[in-house]
Write a protein that binds this ligand. Structure first.
Ligand code: IMP
Length: 428
């Protein structure tokens, strides 16, 4: 099974880094295909914690070639800051390759992201403020800047000038901000050109050759299913395709070469930013789950909104992504809860819905219908096989499998790399 997509099944922060890490030894390439430094994954190796935002988590595995695909938007300052940080801790980052077609996040888009959110007030999206949305908008409007433009200074300056003709109108006239200067923007980007150049390649061609040679390629999504710009809870979404389909457009690997889709599902649900969240817990209940799960953002430090597992979302994720394997994470966080509520369907204005409703208006009205599962008190952080888990935890997993309509192939039982119950090989 050489080409595998890895996605988040909910609203992000499911622990995808841990899943890539689990299969790291069998993998040759890890490709990031969407998003930018709005992502954040924490990987713990030998007690050392690494917080990555832009780089694929595969960068920590020496045998892996990490790839930043064409579907990614890159903040060059952040890229080199992360690389320098890892090098300073002894991590060899020299294998990183970057697509010549990936887009760059210029400083004016960071400004625009933040001022637009402020301007929206109560209607804000709750973005990470990293310039992600405006940069994808530029890509679609065909005024974006790409990695390859750094190697043609004249073209880069022309493109910045063209973009700023529009952007400065917005910055000055709508948002009452200082206009961005063409040379300042271009110089800031060009300062990275020499250092970036050796990493840049035609990554679609590279990956095609890798697959032909029988190498194992993992395509790792940033964000998650319900943050996908097409299939998520629009407009409270990110600006890229974070579902399995995005892996093809964002990497250049065609759908017919994809062999499997791993969806990472947290044993409960979290969300950052605004937007509907049917199983959300408030007050002390929310605080208890947030504290137990350490649910604070890697990128922004924001407290995450927390709630019970929602299997309507789980089923939807399986359907949209074509999930072949589920990796359930953070099961240990539910230890001590009894009973454990699981949302199995929604009541929407008096009508039962077993599937995601068609419209956002209905989703906003969704009231969870819960089933209650017996809890467990035993510490499960040392479990390594299904038999090590208490019967109630196993029943919870069987219910997840049944309701999310995909097999559970691994279960995370703690933050450490080895704290996993491996049921079935993910690379087959
Ligand atoms: P943006 O991606 O910065 O434009 O933010 C759009 C929405 O996606 C906001 O609700 C963010 O909180 C959310 N978001 C972006 N990246 C992540 C992530 O890695 N995990 C969880 N939520 C995210």
């Amino acid at each position: 099974m050489p080409a595998i997509v890895l996605v988040g099944a909910q609203w992000g922060d499911e622990g995808k880094g841990k899943a890539t890490d689990l299969i790291g030894g069998q993998v040759d390439y890890v490709v990031k295909f969407n998003g930018g430094n709005n992502a954040g994954h924490t990987v713990v190796i030998d007690g050392e914690t690494y917080a990555l935002h832009l780089l694929p988590s595969g960068i920590l595995t020496p045998s892996v070639t990490p790839v930043i695909g064409n579907g990614v938007v890159i903040d060059l300052g952040v890229l080199f800051e992360e690389l320098d940080g890892l090098e300073a801790r002894g991590v060899d980052t020299s294998k990183l390759v970057v697509s010549a077609n990936a887009h760059l996040i210029p400083s004016y888009n960071r400004t625009l992201d933040k001022v637009t959110e402020r301007f929206l007030g109560k209607r804000r999206i709750g973005t990470t403020g990293r310039g992600i949305g405006p940069t994808y908008a530029d890509k679609m409007s065909r005024v974006g800047l790409r990695v390859q433009d750094l190697f043609d200074e004249k073209i880069l300056r022309q493109k910045v000038e063209g973009a700023l003709e529009q952007k400065n109108q917005l910055l000055v006239k709508v948002y009452n901000r200082r206009a961005a200067d063409v040379d300042e923007v271009a110089d800031e980007l060009l300062a990275y050109a020499d250092r970036l150049r050796p990493m840049v390649t035609d990554t679609a061609l590279l990956l095609d050759q890798a697959l032909t040679d029988g190498k194992v390629v993992i395509m790792e999504a940033g964000q998650a299913t319900l943050l996908d710009v097409d299939h998520g809870t629009y407009p409270f979404v990110t600006s890229s395709n974070a579902t399995a389909g995005g892996a093809s457009t964002g990497s250049g690997i065609p759908p017919t070469r994809i062999d499997g889709v791993i969806a990472v599902l947290k044993a409960y649900t979290t969300r950052v930013g605004e937007g509907p969240f049917p199983t959300e817990l408030f007050g002390d209940d929310g605080d208890r789950l947030r504290k137990a799960g350490g649910e604070f953002g890697t990128t922004t430090g924001r407290p995450r909104r927390c709630g019970w597992l929602d299997t309507v979302i789980g089923r939807y994720s399986t359907r949209i992504n074509g999930t072949t394997d589920l990796v359930v994470t953070k099961l240990d966080v539910l230890t001590g809860y009894d009973p454990v509520p699981v949302c199995v369907a929604y009541d929407i204005d008096g009508v039962r819905h077993d599937e995601m409703p068609m419209t956002q208006t209905e989703f906003h009205h969704a009231v969870p219908i819960f089933e209650y599962f017996e809890g467990w008190d035993d510490d499960i952080t040392g479990a390594r096989t299904l038999d090590d888990l208490p019967p109630a935890a196993r029943r919870y997993l069987e219910a997840v499998e049944d309701m999310c309509k995909a097999p559970v192939s691994a279960v995370g039982v703690g933050p450490g790399r080895e704290q996993i119950v491996a049921i079935r090989d993910l690379v087959r």
